[in-house]
Design a protein around this ligand. Sequence first.
Ligand SMILES: N[C@@H](CCC(=O)N[C@@H](CS)C(=O)NCC(=O)O)C(=O)O
Length: 286
Amino acid sequence: MTNQYVPPKVWVNNVSGGNKWANINSPESGARYERKLPVGEHALQLYSLGTPNGQKVTIMLEELLALGIKEAEYDAFLINIGEADQFSSGFVELNPNSKIPVLLDRSGDEPVNVFESASILVHLAEKFGHFLPKSGPERTQTFNWLFWAQGSAPFLGGGFGHFYAYADEKQEYPINRFAMEAKRQLDVLDKQLAKHPYVAGDQYTIADMAIWPWYGNLVLGKLYDAAEFLQVESYTHVVRWAKQIEARQGVQRGRIVNRSFGEEWEQLAERHCAEDIDQVLARKPK
Ligand SMILES: N[C@@H](CCC(=O)N[C@@H](CS)C(=O)NCC(=O)O)C(=O)O
């Protein structure tokens, strides 16, 4: 084989190009510059972006608000990861891993920072007593599928999505490797959803909220433009579930928060009150 890469004995950071965000990658963690985060008026402060990982949390918050829980009101500020916002001192103080989403909960005696989207979902579910069964097998199933989502989605996003959609050069080996895994994961979900209305059983839970932004968007043709390539319509139970979840008011509202990309009508950089979302939905094409 020609041009075969032979790894040196010790890795050196001379990565250049690769994709349009490659220049913000670095092997070092920590703050790169001093800047405080903006703060709004609500107890819950969210710093995020409307990617699938960001959507998980805004869907949960909007689902809680749809139940009439006023304490779930929140300020959502945009973190533009392409502009290195996640490396400011203020952001790194809340999430040392420099990834969206991160939540600051100021409702208790001491503010608490919550990072990792699944941890935020559990925090909110336990705080408000919804979307996570309190005990029994359905609680265990919810955690099974929540952890499944956290373990599996990086193969879909960082693996398949990176090489199929983002990498400048399309390479057969990684695309094949991760297309295989993405389809295997869809098959796992399809078999589960053939037996149950929701991923963890009979109830809509935080597991659905963690899985839908990735696999739901994928089968609805809203992720990576890969619906045809992955033949997503063959996963009929996932498609049924994805449409059912998409129709929920909380999902319609949550999926557009902190969006600075996609269709112009659905972009909403910051959210501070319900009317911010109402205004966006009012301009949705009929
Ligand atoms: N496991 C994390 C993943 C979060 C994540 O990968 N966030 C991406 C956007 S979807 C990010 O902030 N990337 C910025 C970077 O890598 O510098 C979670 O579930 O919260």
